[in-house]
Design a protein around this ligand. Sequence first.
Ligand code: ADP
Ligand code: ZN
Length: 736
Amino acid sequence: MDHAPHLGAHSTTSTRVVDVLVPVALNQTYSYRVPRGMELVAGDVVGVALGPREVLAVVWGENANPDPRLHNRLKDVAEKLDVPPLKGELRSLVDWVANYTLSSRGMVLRMCLRMGEHLGPERVRLGVRLVGAPPQRMTPARRRVVAVLSDHLLHGKSETAHEAGVSTGVIDGLVDEGTLTTEPMPNAPPPSPPDPSYAQPEFSREQRTAVDTMRALAASGSFHVALLDGVTGSGKTEVYFEAVAEIIRRRKQALILMPEIALTGQFLDRFSQRFGVRPIEWHSELTPRTRARNWAAISAGDAPVVVGARSALFLPYANLGLIVVDEEHDQSYKQDDGVHYHARDMAVVRGHIAKIPVVLASATPSVETEVNARKNRYQRVVLPRRFGGATMPHIEAIDLRREAPPRGRFISPHLAQEIQNAIERREQALLFLNRRGYAPLTLCRACGHRFACTICDAWLVDHRFRQRLVCHHCGFSMPRPHICPHCAAEESLVAVGPGVERLQEEAASLFPNARTMVLSSDLITSIETMRSELNEIAQGRVDIIIGTQLVAKGHHFPRLNLVGVVDADLGLGNGDPRAAERTWQLLNQVIGRAGRDQGRGVGYMQTHQPEHPVMKALIACDREAFYASEIEARERTGYPPFGRLASLIISAGDRATAEGYARKLAGSAPREEQVLLLGPAEAPLAVIKGRYRFRLLLKSARGFDLSDYLRHWLAVAPKTTGNLKLEVDVDPQSFL
Ligand code: ADP
Ligand code: ZN
């Protein structure tokens, strides 16, 4: 527990006043009086009246000198919640992140308080039971409730309402009528804690060195960052589990951050094979009840290990001792709406504030992390080889200029032959294409009309499974018409280019006896369905997997030995400063799915530019060549981590307003030698949801405080009025 001092002296006769932070889009705190008899410390979660409502808030500090004239007008803190106070380290993190990202402190605090509607472990949950005769007045809603409760057992009240599709008011009505009773629900027994000695594997000699370092790191109990740098399949997970085990033994908490999509059953199963139980999870799909229970367990210190998506970084751990960021290079760690933060970077910040070790794991570290390791700011822990004698996949380019697929097809004869061979060997093949849907563009053969979104600057993507043309930016969709809306020609529409659905069609015609499965985020309705589909694949019930980047992350398919990258050039050359890095990471990850068990993996990359440095580095498996050339380029151009970037994104309902404001904003920038201001320029995605977008890019030296500069600038900049919107993105990952 935190040793938060009790705030203020109680000697004076006047009432204490505290400043509280409310989890809404506000930066400032508000003052409230502390009613006599209420014990409050900094970090306590309280309820306060704000306007007409009572809202949740957190005591941020003592107001030592409240203005006596205001004093009598202040309201009292209404209630104190029965949860442990947010520790100083978490409050500091909130202040730090808000300051760095230029978000309001309230919005950052909100990420710490996502415990759902149910607060606190002690709050008694009410259940309902069917006891009496049916009510006098029966309605369809009441009938459904009675049906749900027909077993006469105790059911959760809100679950019953949910199941019957009624409001809880309907249930209250039935309680008043005597048809139902309410009784407290017995608390679910706490899950048994993970056992650090449950099933420790035998480590190889190379792994043992890394394991020793991991254990020492966890035992050190001080701030220290290690890069666990090992090829795919080298045992990084098994190795960082040893750091986690050490933390459990020391009765502290460990947080494992993962890209949301990698939080699969496979990972949770591996965890329980090692520690005997599943860990506590934290991601967007938890039910409110589980969310509340997990939040309470985490803040009470009853959750030794938490595995979560990026938002788990802001939970109120009672005794956090270690943060692991798995797949640290993953793009999804950056949140691009609300608070624009990068969870990997903020994990390092939290580690620094809390004085605890941080492990970053990746087979393809971000250039930032790689540079930190080269400069010895991070300790590099290397696993150079795959575990158990499996070798790295062999990578070959298929030069599309010489071995083109037939017209209207996307799988070259060479790749098709290799897939055929794999199927005959009863192995699996993966066709990778980072494009959802059937085709990225639909046009009319008669008049050339192209289907575009009416409110975005984007083509409509043909989705055959859903039978609609869909905008990937705003979600707009329409049925695929039979007649061209422009020239009224019939049956004249053609699909241009491939998406995964179209590849499946091609695979089915090339390999009529093979079982195919498409894995793409729009076809996956929940983490649960994805878990079961991945399981099907792992069990070998699929011959050809066709997937978007969803399949690239962390999965282990024992019978998969061939990966075909349908369009290796897709991510290159779109003007994104991170295009080379992303392509390198993505293709390494996806080809790394091959040959993890038997070590006969091979990756084929269909490309028009086999001589591109990224392709060459991939083919030669030359990690060093890639990082050397990329680091050199960043250094030369002053891009991160050798310089700093921030984006300002201006949008409005019409183009002239957005552009006009962007120009005025640029004109108001304080002069500063160390800052280069680029733009305003129309954004590559010029219109989204009917909003016209312009961008400004700021570039500064590495040591310059760009956040501070932005704060001073925005204080004097012309205000946004009407429907103008200004978003600030420090350390942008996306430049669209
Ligand atoms: P990475 O995270 O580096 O891709 P994993 O930790 O997933 O690698 O390991 C790859 C495979 O090898 C997994 O199936 C894992 O269980 C197995 N493995 C790794 N190290 C060991 C070990 N020491 N003993 C047994 N199996 C291991
Ligand atoms: Zn759109």
